[in-house]
Design a protein around this ligand. Structure first.
Ligand code: CA
Length: 262
């Protein structure tokens, strides 16, 4: 073997050794947590919904997973190749769907409500009151009336403060089961992040109905549904927005209140 070949061979051995060394420094990433891309949803019988897991950190999952429904008579659930689930609504009722690792270490859940005809929107005709109005007033292009005008492409925008609330007085007392919030057309840092939904029948004494934290919207003009565990009829509903996603402004395109049955 010539001297040049020997040097070349030694070079390859050195490179291989370095490569092995490098591999040992970077073990494969294993997911440490999982959440679902929705926390609750309402479906009509026969409707299908795809629910996606989001792994933390965002790596290809190393564990084995399964989906299950707490009440299999309400929905059929099947796992797709990308670990998402296709949920098919079968009969009226409520069920929790659960995504979990076979080793039992990770899990995430969402609540699904199935109805025969879909929820009734009771926002129409409500009177809105806010404590932080848009500088141009309630009728302005981005005034508070835009929050409930049933147009999901225009928005209410105003200065944000942690004391912020928006309130609806319904035409009659109703037991709200679901509310929706639609993100603005831009600037996700202006989206609401944490809030409490409260109900009242005199506008003075309030009962906490739902609390959410660490919320965000992955798309613009995206509507997210939130289920409320509430049987009582209230004339007033109020959203206390305790945090937004970092801006000194806040914006919401639409807030709707829905009733499944009351
Ligand atoms: Ca609107």
């Amino acid at each position: 073997m010539s001297r040049v070949n020997i040097i070349f061979l030694l070079g390859i051995l050195a490179f291989t050794s370095l490569s092995c060394e490098a591999k040992r420094d970077f073990p494969p990433l294993v997911e440490q947590g999982v959440v679902l891309d929705l926390s609750s949803a309402a479906l009509i019988i026969g409707e299908e919904l795809v629910v996606n897991p989001i792994f933390q950190p965002n790596v290809f999952p190393q564990k084995n997973y399964e989906w299950e429904a707490s009440n299999p008579s309400i929905v059929d659930i099947s796992m797709n190749e990308d670990y998402s689930a296709t949920v098919l609504a079968k009969q009226e009722g409520t069920t929790t769907v659960r995504f979990f690792s076979a080793d039992g270490e990770l899990e995430a859940t969402a609540e699904i409500i199935v109805t025969e005809f879909g929820p009734e929107d009771v926002t129409e005709g409500a009177i809105i009151t806010v404590n932080r109005e848009n500088g141009g007033g309630p009728n302005a292009g981005e005034g508070s009336l835009k929050l409930i005008d049933n147009d999901f492409n225009n928005k209410y925008l105003t200065e944000y403060g942690t004391d912020m609330w928006v309130q609806l007085e319904l035409t009659e007392a109703r037991a709200v089961d679901i509310y929706t919030l639609t993100s603005g057309n831009d600037a996700p840092e202006r989206d609401a992040k944490a809030w409490t939904l409260e109900g009242s029948n005199d506008g003075t004494t309030w009962e906490v109905l739902d609390t959410r934290t660490d919320q965000s919207w992955s798309d613009r003009n995206q509507t997210k549904e939130f289920n409320v565990n509430n049987e009582e009829r209230f004339k007033y509903y109020r959203l206390l927005i305790t945090a937004n996603n970092g801006s000194n402004l806040i914006q919401i395109s639409e807030w709707r209140l829905m009733v499944i049955s009351d």
